[in-house]
Design a protein around this ligand. Structure first.
Ligand code: GDP
Length: 315
C-alpha cells in the first residue's frame, strides 16, 4: 500500500471506519474511496459487486458492522448475526473477484470463549463455549475470520483479521440502549452532574474486568498491520491492561466532575467476567498503544460535549 493506492474503507461513518480514514489522511493516503449507506447497501450483493467492478479498490479496510453493547446484542440477535454475516460474505467475495491486493477485516475480542484463560491468546479461538450475551455477533465474526482464512488457503487471497479489544472514542454510540459501557457511563455521569443527581446507575456488579482502547490507537494499528502483517492467523489489538467496571466508573466520575454515588443494578448482566487480550504477537511486531485511559476518556468527553453543543444550536 502506498500513498496513491486506491483504498476502500467500508463503514467510514462508524467509530472505527472514521478513525481509520482520519489516520490514513494524516499519513498522506489521498486516494480513499468511501460510500454512504444510501449509495451502497452492503447487504445487496449485486450492488457490492458492481461497486468493486467500477471502483477497483486495491486495499480494503472492512470496518462496516452491526455493533452494540450487551443489551442491544441480546435484543436484536437476528440483526447481529445476519447483517454481520452478509457484510463479510458480500465484501470479501467481491474484493477477491475484483483483484483487491489485500483486505483487512475488523473483528472483536468477544469472539473468544467466555472462560478463556487471561490474557487471551489468539489460539484460544474456538476452544470453548461463547458468552451468551453476545454470541450472535461473535458467531458472525468467527464465520468472517474463517471465510478470510478459507480465501487465503484456497486462492492465496491476502485477507488478514484483527481482533480489537473494547474500543471507545470520538464518534462512539452514546444511546444508552445500544452503547457499550464506556460511552454509556460517560453520558450518565455527565447528565447526573448537570442535573445535580445524587447517584448514577451502573449495570451489573461492577466486578467484570475490561480492557479499553482509544479508537485512534486502533486506527494506527490497523494501518500499521495493513503494511506489516501478512498472515492468515488472527492478531489481537489491545493495550495490554484492564480495569474493573467499578474502577472505570470512578475514573469517568473524575473526568466529568460528577461527585455523587454509584448505584449498581444487579438485574443487568455482567457478561464475560474478564476480557483482556494478550498482545504479545502485536508487540513483537514493534507496535504499542500510546493513548492512556484517562487522557482518552477526557478526549472523548470533549467530543461528546461539543456534539451536545452542536445539537442544541441546531434544534
Ligand atoms: P461487553 O464488553 O460485550 O460485555 O459489553 P458492554 O460494554 O456493553 O458491557 C461491559 C460491562 O459493563 C458489562 O458488565 C455491563 O453490565 C457493564 N455496564 C455497566 N453499566 C453499563 C451501561 O450503562 N451500559 C452498558 N452497555 N454496560 C454497562
Amino acid at each position: 500500500m502506498d500513498r496513491s493506492s486506491r483504498i476502500y474503507v467500508a463503514g467510514h461513518r462508524g467509530l472505527v471506519g472514521s478513525a481509520i480514514c482520519r489516520r490514513l489522511r494524516e499519513e498522506g493516503y489521498s486516494n480513499l474511496i468511501v460510500r454512504e449507506r444510501r449509495e451502497l447497501d452492503l447487504f445487496d450483493r449485486p450492488a457490492v459487486d458492481a461497486f468493486f467492478a467500477s471502483e477497483k479498490p486495491e486495499y480494503v479496510f472492512l470496518a462496516a458492522a452491526k455493533v452494540g453493547g450487551i443489551l442491544a446484542n441480546s435484543t436484536y440477535p437476528v440483526e447481529f448475526l445476519r447483517d454481520n454475516l452478509a457484510i463479510a460474505i458480500n465484501v470479501m467475495d467481491a474484493a477477491h473477484r475484483h483483484g483487491v491486493k489485500k483486505i483487512e477485516m475488523l473483528g472483536s475480542s468477544c469472539i473468544y470463549p467466555t472462560l478463556a484463560p487471561q490474557p487471551i491468546k489468539e489460539e484460544y479461538l474456538l476452544t470453548g463455549p461463547l458468552e451468551p450475551t453476545n454470541e450472535w455477533y461473535a458467531i458472525a465474526k468467527i464465520a468472517g475470520i474463517k471465510l478470510a482464512q478459507a480465501y487465503w488457503q484456497q486462492y492465496g487471497f491476502r485477507a488478514i483479521s484483527l481482533m480489537p479489544t473494547n474500543l471507545y472514542g470520538p464518534g462512539d454510540q452514546f444511546d444508552l440502549k445500544a452503547s457499550h459501557v464506556l460511552p454509556a457511563l460517560l453520558r450518565k455521569a455527565h447528565e447526573a452532574r448537570v442535573s445535580n443527581s445524587p447517584e448514577m446507575v451502573v449495570w451489573g456488579s461492577g466486578n467484570p474486568r475490561r480492557e479499553f482502547m482509544h479508537v485512534d490507537d486502533l486506527a494506527d494499528a490497523a494501518v500499521f498491520l495493513m503494511l506489516h502483517y501478512d498472515e492468515p492467523g488472527i492478531i489481537n489489538v489491545g493495550v495490554g491492561t484492564d480495569i474493573t467496571i467499578r474502577e472505570l466508573a470512578q475514573l469517568i466520575c473524575r473526568v466529568t466532575g460528577f461527585e455523587g454515588r454509584l448505584k449498581f443494578d444487579a438485574s443487568k448482566p455482567d457478561g464475560m467476567p474478564r476480557k483482556l487480550l494478550d498482545v504479545s504477537r502485536l508487540s513483537g511486531l514493534g507496535w504499542r498503544a500510546r493513548i492512556g485511559l484517562e487522557e482518552g476518556i477526557a478526549d472523548t468527553y470533549r467530543w461528546f460535549q461539543q456534539q451536545g453543543a452542536l445539537h442544541s444550536v441546531a434544534t
